[in-house]
Design a protein around this ligand. Sequence first.
Ligand SMILES: [Zn+2]
Length: 492
Amino acid sequence: MKKVIRYLRFSSLGQSNGSIEAQELCTDKWISDNCAELVDTFVDVGKSAKTFERPDFIRLQEFVSKHHKTVDYLLVDQMDRFSRNAGDALTMIKELQKKYKIQVVSVTEGITFDYEVPGNFFRTGLQFLLAEEDNINRSIKVRKGLYTAKAKEGRFIGSTPPFGYRKIGAGKDRRLVISEIEAEIVKFIYKSYLKNVPLYVIKKEVYEMGFDRKGNVAVENILKNPVYAGMLEVEAFRELPGGLFPAVHEPIIDNKTWILVQNKINEPKKTRVILDEQLPLRGILKCHCGNPLTGAPSRGKSGKYFYYYKCKFPRHNNLSAVKIHDQLLSVLEVITFPESMINQIIKGCRIKVTKELNLKKLKIIRKEKQLYDFQEKLSLLEEKWIIGEISVKSFEKWSLEYQSKITHIAEYIKKMKLFVARVTELLQQRLDLLIDMKQIFCFAALLQKRELLKFLFNNNLYYLNGNYLTNEINKSVLYKLSSLENRGLFII
Ligand SMILES: [Zn+2]
């Protein structure tokens, strides 16, 4: 008598006539018709045929590898119970037969697969391909529906609405509406990103504001999602084009902001520049050919180092750092701030300095209290000595100690008071330094120097034939074109 095992699978998705009971009935009939004996049944419920990672399917494989000698057939009621992928299923069928001498029987289709008979195996393949085609047709229908909904009707399709929106309505009338509080957070993300706020800072702030999407790139995803600009990203479908399509919902982000943000995201990653105090323009100043100039020292005959900026192409720029730094400083001399900005700078600086000075003043008050305490102690000591409570020796010892403390603290207070006075005076006298672009540049730290140049020349500073060139100068500063040109900066 032939021994059989059977494999039944039921996934609730879209199978109308394949319940486990029906599959059981079908295979039972085959068993009695063929006078076979059922050894075991393996059942997977709710598992897709797309993979073989189904618990009972795995159990079946284990069973086969152990007991294959006692099994002749593996029954399924229909091919697609096995797998939806023709290639995978054929390999499995072939392996079962070759390795374990078990043949697969599809009861409904009435086929016993025999890979050693060419025609039969061909039919098997065909069966699987037909099942696969079914599958493809279904997915085409789904994709076509999606395309129409998104590209033609502008409807947002998706189970969860994007952060910033809520879903209202049902079926075809379902649409996104703005959730005001969340929308503010989305706007904040876009605005901060354009202001060059580092992403990690934006992330920290938005989570504090109530942003609740998880994942390392949740904020990046917000920046890339066209839904916020009132668009939907649609995959191409057959001959129909893909891309961004206008949606029916209201945008949170205006179109201009959206475009700016996308450009910024897609900017090519800048090559890493190794910073060098001697070469602040490295990676900022570009050759007339567009290449950023590299900088390096070269050793002179005396052993001294001379710094150069040069282009990677021969006979392009090769510039003495000292020379072009001086030239840049003389250019910066004639760039100034408008009055409103000057007032702001001075005000900001005053606030900062005052805050610092107040701290120092507080410290002075504390020190004055200490001074007073020691003076008190000293006069007490003198009294004790006068009335003979303490010996001359201990009086001398303690008075020396107190006096040294008093001198020390008094000196400190004097120094601090002088400092405060001097800072206040300096602030009055040298306010001009605060608004002198050349001075600002000279006193700035390396990174600040670089930021200042990027700010002033909007990342477009070139060098050609002894002159600096730029496309634009930041609109928030003032300059006279002729003075710039006299000093070797031309706006092209
Ligand atoms: Zn060049």
